[in-house]
Design a protein around this ligand. Structure first.
Ligand code: F6R
Length: 239
C-alpha cells in the first residue's frame, strides 16, 4: 500500500485529480469507479476545471459508482445519481456513467446486473474510494465477513447519522442501499482512497496498521497490489 501524506485537504483533492487525469491520459477509454460523499467533491471540481481548460477529454471513458440509496430515483436531490450529475457529470464529456438503480423492481437482480455490467467492461481501471469513520468503504459496514459482490445492505445508525447532514432530518435518510461488495472493489486494477480530517484518523490507522479484519472493512486494501492512500496530516495523526 502506498501512503502519501499531504499537508492539506486541498492538496489531497488536487493529487487525486492528478491520478485520475493520468489514468485518463494513459488510457482514454478507462473505466473509473467513482464515489460520492464529501471527500471527492473538490477533486471533481478540479476535473471539471481541467476539462473546461481543454486539458482532459472523457469522451471515451466510462464510470461506475460504488453505491446508491434504495428508494430514491435519479431525480431525487439526495440520490447519488443526482449528486454525481450536479458535482461532476454535467461539467464533463464522459461517454457513459452507471450507478445501481435504487428503484429497480427486483433489487437482487439489479445487483447481479450491475456486477455483470462492470465485468463486461473489464472491471474498473481505477477505483476511487472515500472512507467512513468506522472504516467502511462504499456501504460495506463493519461485519463478521468480507462481502463479495454488489448487494443490498442495511445502513448502520452511525452511517445514517453521518449522512443526515444531506437530508432534512435523520428520518429522511434511506435505511437501505445497493453497494458494490468488497470483492467487486478489490477487483479494480488500481485503487485510490482519499481521507482528510481528524475524524478519519482512527479509520486510517486501522487501514494501514491493523490486522486484516472485516470489523474494519478498509483493512482488506492491504491485500490489493496497487492501492494509494492520499491523506492529509490530520487523517495521518495516529500513524
Ligand atoms: C460514497 C461512499 C462512502 C463514503 C464514506 C465517506 O459513495 O461509498 O463510503 O466514501 O462514507 O464519506 P465522506 O466523504 O462524506 O466523509
Amino acid at each position: 500500500m502506498n501512503v502519501y501524506i499531504l499537508s492539506s485537504a486541498e492538496q489531497v483533492a488536487k493529487n487525486c485529480a492528478m491520478l485520475i487525469s493520468s489514468q485518463l491520459i494513459s488510457k482514454p477509454d478507462s473505466v473509473f469507479g467513482l464515489a460520492t460523499g464529501s471527500s471527492p467533491v473538490r477533486c471533481y471540481e478540479y476535473l471539471a476545471q481541467w476539462y473546461k481548460e481543454g486539458l482532459l477529454d472523457f469522451s471515451r471513458a466510462t464510470s461506475f459508482n460504488l453505491d446508491e440509496y434504495i428508494g430514491l430515483d435519479a431525480q431525487h436531490e439526495q440520490s447519488y445519481r443526482y449528486f454525481m450529475q450536479e458535482k461532476l457529470f454535467k461539467f464533463i464529456n464522459l461517454k457513459q456513467s452507471f450507478l445501481p438503480n435504487g428503484v429497480a423492481e427486483n433489487l437482487e437482480e439489479e445487483c447481479k446486473r450491475y456486477d455483470d455490467l462492470l465485468a463486461s467492461y473489464g472491471g474498473a481501471d481505477l477505483q476511487l474510494l472515500g472512507i467512513g469513520r468506522n472504516a467502511h468503504i462504499a456501504f460495506n459496514e463493519p461485519s463478521d465477513v468480507f462481502s463479495a459482490g454488489t448487494r443490498v445492505v442495511d445502513l448502520t445508525q452511525s452511517t445514517i447519522n453521518a449522512n443526515k447532514r444531506f437530508f432534512e432530518s435523520a428520518d429522511m435518510v434511506p435505511k437501505k442501499a445497493i453497494t458494490m461488495g468488497i470483492g467487486t472493489i478489490m477487483s479494480a486494477k488500481k485503487i485510490v482512497l482519499i481521507a482528510t480530517g481528524l475524524d478519519k484518523a482512527e479509520a486510517i490507522k486501522k487501514t494501514i496498521d491493523g490486522d486484516i479484519d472485516p470489523k474494519f472493512p478498509s483493512s482488506i486494501l492491504k491485500l490489493h497490489k496497487d492501492t494509494t492512500l492520499l491523506i492529509d496530516r490530520e487523517a495521518a495523526t495516529l500513524l
